[in-house]
Design a protein around this ligand. Structure first.
Ligand SMILES: [Zn+2]
Length: 420
């Protein structure tokens, strides 16, 4: 069994954490920013040092490839993203890039024989923090393989018009045009040139830590649906209008939200998660009774039957009485559960077993670039434990030893895929 190197992993983790250092232990590294450019320069420099060929595609996804013994064999690709959310951590995304780099470095340093070319990859703009949406460039590259209702959200020309959330003017396309690593469309990830894909990532939840495990053998990305629920009432003066005559849209929404929690919890599925993270209030003035409120509802579970039961509860809302207000619901978007390739999942499990590392099967509740790649080629993910389940924040943490263990699982799973 081959092993990755702790010191080399630590060096990469520390170095990447400087690019966009936000000053309190984490990073702000938006896609296509000067900080992202530093991270990519370092990626290119290290990969060139081991003799890898660097290629970039038309949305600046980066590919570093070392040859295998069979020049006709398809490439095996590993990768993730190097952009972060605002005040994010040093692990989300970048750890998958570091792990892929470490696999290539280990293979070259130790002269590990392999048949297929091996590629370490950086996806552009996974977080979509500055230029929405999330997973933009995997969506664009995998567009033609995606189901129609997902593909429609990732049209190249439309996404180039995505404007910066900071100035509402600069477009993703303009920034991309001047970005050092914008390359050629012919270099895009594709199923003719690539055999399969692995993405290593932090878990971003507490399941592994609570169970005393270090590695998650990921079997799927959870299916989900997202609804907008709105309430229309009547505005009036807060001081002059009697309570019994009011149609307060916020009071209606608050009642509906409590109702949703009660009814959904009654279903009794411990793995079901649902979230209201967005709330719009009009006119949002402290002396005016709100006349319009809309909230989001994000629901995730592996089984379509379970999501269906929650949907029935959501769909029953407009027929009920909500403080005299009119309730409307609208689907924002949905996706089915994406299952990883069984053979690749098996390789990850075998590698973890062989190493004697504590592991378990786990679902991914979050979306990742790999889920779009899965429509194009056999794909899987490896999770590594997140301290206190925290992510998308500066205290995000996984020890160097745990990161190295995960990279070793990745290496040995890749070598199994190479040997098949
Ligand atoms: Zn991520």
């Amino acid at each position: 069994m081959h092993k990755c190197d702790l010191e080399r992993m630590s060096e990469k983790i520390r170095t990447f954490s400087k690019f966009g250092d936000a000053g309190h232990g984490g990073v702000t590294r938006y896609s296509l920013s000067p900080e992202a450019l530093q991270a990519r320069d370092y990626f290119a420099e290290r990969m060139k040092a081991i003799g890898a060929t660097i290629e970039t595609d038309d949305v600046a996804n980066m590919y570093a490839t070392i040859p295998g013994s069979d020049p006709a064999a398809k490439r095996i690709v590993m990768g993730s993203h190097c952009d972060s959310v605002k005040n994010g951590g040093n692990y989300d995304g970048i750890l998958g890039v570091i792990g892929a780099m470490e696999v290539l470095e280990t293979v070259v340093e130790e002269g590990i024989p392999h048949k297929h070319p091996l590629t370490a990859m950086i996806w552009t703009n996974e977080e979509g923090s500055l230029y929405p949406p999330a997973m933009m460039c995997s969506g664009i590259v995998c567009h033609d393989f995606l189901p129609e209702d997902i593909a429609k959200n990732f049209k190249y020309e439309e996404k180039m018009q995505s404007t910066s959330v900071l100035d509402k003017q600069t477009t993703f396309g303009e920034m991309l045009e001047n970005f050092k690593y914008k390359g050629d469309r012919k270099n895009r990830l594709n199923p003719d040139g690539y055999k399969c894909m692995f993405e290593m990532h932090i878990e971003q939840g507490p399941i592994l830590e609570d169970a005393g495990n270090e590695i998650g053998v990921v079997d799927c990305v959870l299916g989900m649906f997202n609804y907008r629920v709105s309430f229309a009432g009547q505005s009036a003066h807060a001081g002059t209008f009697p309570m019994q005559k009011r149609k307060d849209a916020l009071f209606a929404a608050a009642q509906a939200l409590c109702h949703l929690h009660e009814e959904i919890d009654k279903l009794g599925y411990p793995e079901l998660v649902y979230t209201t993270g967005e709330l719009l209030i009009h006119p949002c003035v402290h002396t005016v009774i709100p006349d319009f409120v809309e909230f989001s509802l994000d629901v995730r579970h592996e089984k379509p039957e379970v999501r269906g039961q929650v949907l029935e509860i959501v769909q029953s809302l407009p027929q009920k009485e909500w403080a005299g207000c009119k309730c409307e619901i609208k689907e924002a978007w949905k996706r089915d559960t994406v299952y990883w390739d069984k053979k690749l999942v098996g390789y990850v499990e075998e590698a973890a077993k062989e190493m004697g590392v504590k592991h378990q099967y786990i679902h991914s509740g979050a979306g990742h670039d790999a889920q779009f790649a899965a429509y194009m080629m056999p794909t899987t993910m490896i999770f590594v434990v997140s301290k206190d389940g925290l992510s998308h924040c500066e205290p995000e943490y996984t020890s160097d030893e745990q990161c190295t263990t995960a990279a070793t699982v990745l290496l040995n799973a890749v070598l199994r895929a190479d040997a098949e």
